[in-house]
Design a binder for this molecule. Structure first.
Ligand SMILES: CC(C)(COP(=O)(O)OP(=O)(O)OC[C@H]1O[C@@H](n2cnc3c(N)ncnc32)[C@H](O)[C@@H]1OP(=O)(O)O)[C@@H](O)C(=O)NCCC(=O)NCCS
Length: 173
């Protein structure tokens, strides 16, 4: 099944340049960026290349962080998707970021679970990884809820992170 992906409450599709304004709400929010190893955007022109990067990654790999559209409001409320691990692969990791007023509704879990399904069923990836700062309890909880297994600490993006893994259930019985 090609993109867009659909869940009961969300639509997940590749970014377009028109999404910069909506994503600037996240990229400029210090709370959203608290556990992201890059500083918040100071203005919208700093957010533009962040969106453009994921448009390019999608064109190169066929996956990237994609826009999450809340069906009820038709608004872009964040991103979720698959990216080359540490930006270079060959392993693939799942990631997600949501606007702060959309936290606590189960959206990240709903979006990330669908991205895993896509990675395993459609892309036939042998396994998907995730890394998060140890203090990012919400993210650790999301990864556990979507069925990933904590593997202990690792070094990624030049930081000490918790590594999560899930093997493709279609290929590993
Ligand atoms: C991480 C993030 C995407 C979670 O989004 P969300 O839609 O609120 O997540 P969900 O509602 O699907 O699930 C969050 C879970 O974490 C739990 N949680 C939230 N804050 C927590 C905390 N401080 N300690 C422990 N658990 C926490 C929630 O209770 C929920 O678990 P539950 O369903 O068992 O109650 C969101 O907080 C975010 O955008 N953070 C900033 C970006 C980020 O850190 N991305 C991940 C980078 S690795």
């Amino acid at each position: 099944m090609p993109l867009p992906l659909h869940t009961p409450r969300l639509m997940i599709r590749p970014f377009t340049p028109d999404d910069v304004e909506a994503m600037h709400v996240l990229f400029s929010d210090p709370e959203v960026m608290r556990y992201i190893p890059r500083p918040p955007s100071q203005d919208i022109e700093e957010s533009r290349p962040r969106v453009e990067r994921h448009i390019r990654i999608h064109e190169t790999y066929g996956y990237a962080l994609w826009a999450i559209v809340e069906k009820a409001s038709a608004m872009v409320i964040g991103d979720a998707g698959l990216i080359p691990f540490e930006g270079k692969g060959p392993e693939v990791e799942v990631g997600y970021h949501l606007r702060r007023d959309c936290w606590g509704k189960g959206y990240a879990t709903e979006a990330a679970a669908e991205c895993l399904r896509y990675g395993f069923e459609e892309l036939r990836l042998p396994r998907i990884l995730a890394v998060t700062f140890p203090e990012n309890m919400a993210s650790r909880r999301v990864l556990t809820k979507i069925g990933m297994t904590e593997q202990g600490m690792t070094r990624a993006y030049d930081f000490d992170c918790v590594l999560f893994e899930m093997k493709n259930p279609l290929e590993n019985g």
